[in-house]
Design a protein around this ligand. Structure first.
Ligand SMILES: *Cc1c(COP(=O)(O)O)cnc(C)c1O
Length: 470
């Protein structure tokens, strides 16, 4: 999608005559090409207007119930980010205080996720969970290869594998593809839409570098049972001696569960959990792109993956795929931690869960839909049409809501539930009870029309299918 072919055309941008400072006729001579660098410069206000106006076509992010990513921050956070626009995260020497704020964020997360000793937990910021998952996966692979027995088998052609549910986010398929790991995916079965302990353990063998547990699933917002998965792997170790570490992909849930489900032991309280990632730009409440990767201790992150950069005349260890990277999002993350504190985060996430629960109840009450989840884990739920609904399907609902500006993706589940198509709602900070009620009103109005359709309209809704990966 973002991988564009370098195509050329003679298309030109049209410039409104009023955009030229003094002479409206001047604009008629200015028609910058679209796919070529213009021959000369133009005044900054004109360039600003052209880009600004073109972006009006982007959707209204507040009505987007497809994405997990933050679409609103406070003006003070926005101001801080603008002040930090030039700061390069890798340049620890030039921006030591930004580096210090990153370190504080890692310490705060290590404490929040109950690292046995937050002072010895290691971690870093990333561009998002995808990069953080790559780093987590790489550490698992190196840990596995560090064992002399495994290194020997690897040299003899054994292929390391990673065990996960088929509901994993696409970044784990990427990880396996890029780093040549065999993905071992547990399919969905019946009413089980994510990984469980028994199936995870059943797929492990001596070439398994780890198990990924998701908190929570992007498909339906459910938490995977991390304690149960760890217990099943404990039992496996007792039976076979295999000691399989767990990485928790907490892209969303690692910033929800600590505040709303403090008794759920999904984090470093499980000795088997080696590493955790989260997206600062999801329920961490920061604009894109910031993520975090943490390891329970130095042992969990093989030394040879760590590189040193200059820092105040000394050397500072770093672990990242990128080199240069903006510092503003890290600063904004620290702002949120300071601004909200534990109680503030709890209030924000509680409000999102409250709205999700309300919406789920009301959608169920229309009589046309069956809920798969209720928004009581992640503030996210999935639902489908009831069996007796024959006049329309989830793709019709998605398409018709889109006409009103709402984005609710509809998509088909993976194996072995390809027969099941769902709609998903992601409730985020900024999606208020008032907006939820507007959505419900629109849905009620639409249902009157949809129930009169002769039958589902078919493929037209398919355009939205890929949107749920966000
Ligand atoms: C969003 C998400 C990712 C990818 O995160 P980015 O921050 O968008 O790179 C990975 N895993 C899960 C479970 C997610 O929800």
């Amino acid at each position: 999608m973002g991988l564009h072919e370098g195509h050329r055309s003679d298309r030109r941008l049209a410039v409104n005559p009023l955009l030229t400072d003094a002479d409206p006729l001047g604009a008629l001579e200015t028609a910058p090409p679209v796919h070529r660098l213009p021959d000369g410069p133009m005044p900054p206000p004109m360039a600003y207007r052209l880009v600004h106006d073109e972006l009006l076509l982007d959707g209204n992010a507040r009505l987007n119930l497809a994405t997990f990513v933050t679409t609103w921050m406070e003006p003070q956070a926005t101001a801080l980010m603008a002040e930090c626009a030039e700061k390069n995260m890798i340049d620890k020497d030039e921006y030591p205080q930004t580096a210090e704020l990153e370190r504080r964020c890692v310490a705060i997360l290590a404490d929040l996720w109950n690292a046995p000793d937050p002072r010895t937990a290691v971690g870093c910021s990333t561009t998002g969970s995808s990069e953080a998952c790559m780093l987590g996966g790489l550490a698992l692979k190196r840990r596995w290869m560090r064992e002399p027995r495994n290194a020997g088998r690897y040299a003899a052609g054994a292929r390391p594998n990673l065990v996960m549910g088929i509901n994993v986010q696409v970044c784990w398929e990427k990880f396996c593809n890029f780093w040549e790991i065999e993905p071992r995916m547990v399919p969905m079965e019946g009413e089980r839409y994510h990984l469980d302990g028994e199936r995870a353990a059943a797929l492990c063998d001596e070439n398994t570098i780890g198990v990924v547990a998701i908190l929570g699933s992007t498909m339906d917002g459910s938490y995977e049972p991390v304690p149960e998965i760890c217990a099943a792997l404990d039992a496996l170790q007792e039976r076979t001696g295999l000691d399989i570490p767990v990485h928790v992909d907490g892209a969303s849930g690692a910033m929800v569960a600590p505040f709303l489900d403090p008794d759920l032991r999904w984090d470093f309280r499980q000795p088997r959990v080696a590493s955790i990632n989260t997206s600062g730009h999801k329920y961490g409440l920061v604009y894109p792109g910031v993520g975090w990767a943490l390891w329970r201790d130095k042992d969990a992150l093989p030394e040879e993956l760590v590189f040193k950069v200059n820092y105040l005349g000394g050397q500072m260890p770093t672990f990242a795929l990128n080199f240069s990277r903006p510092g503003a999002e890290v600063v904004a993350q620290y702002y949120n931690f300071l601004r909200l504190g534990h109680d503030g985060y709890r209030a924000v996430q509680q409000a999102a869960r409250h709205v999700a629960g309300h919406l789920a109840d009301r959608i169920e009450a229309t009589g046309s839909f069956r809920l798969l989840t209720r928004g009581d884990e992640l503030p996210v739920f999935a639902f489908t049409t009831r069996d007796e609904v024959k006049n329309f399907d989830v793709f019709d609902v998605s398409r018709r809501l889109r006409e009103r500006g709402w984005q609710l993706p509809a998509y088909t589940f993976p194996a072995n539930r390809e027969d099941l198509a769902v709609l998903r709602v992601v409730c985020r900070n900024g999606f208020s009870m008032d907006l939820a009620d507007l959505l419900l009103n629109d849905l009620d109005r639409l249902l009157v029309e949809l129930r009169r359709q002769p039958g589902p309209m078919g493929e037209h809704g398919v355009e939205n299918r890929s949107a749920f990966h966000h």
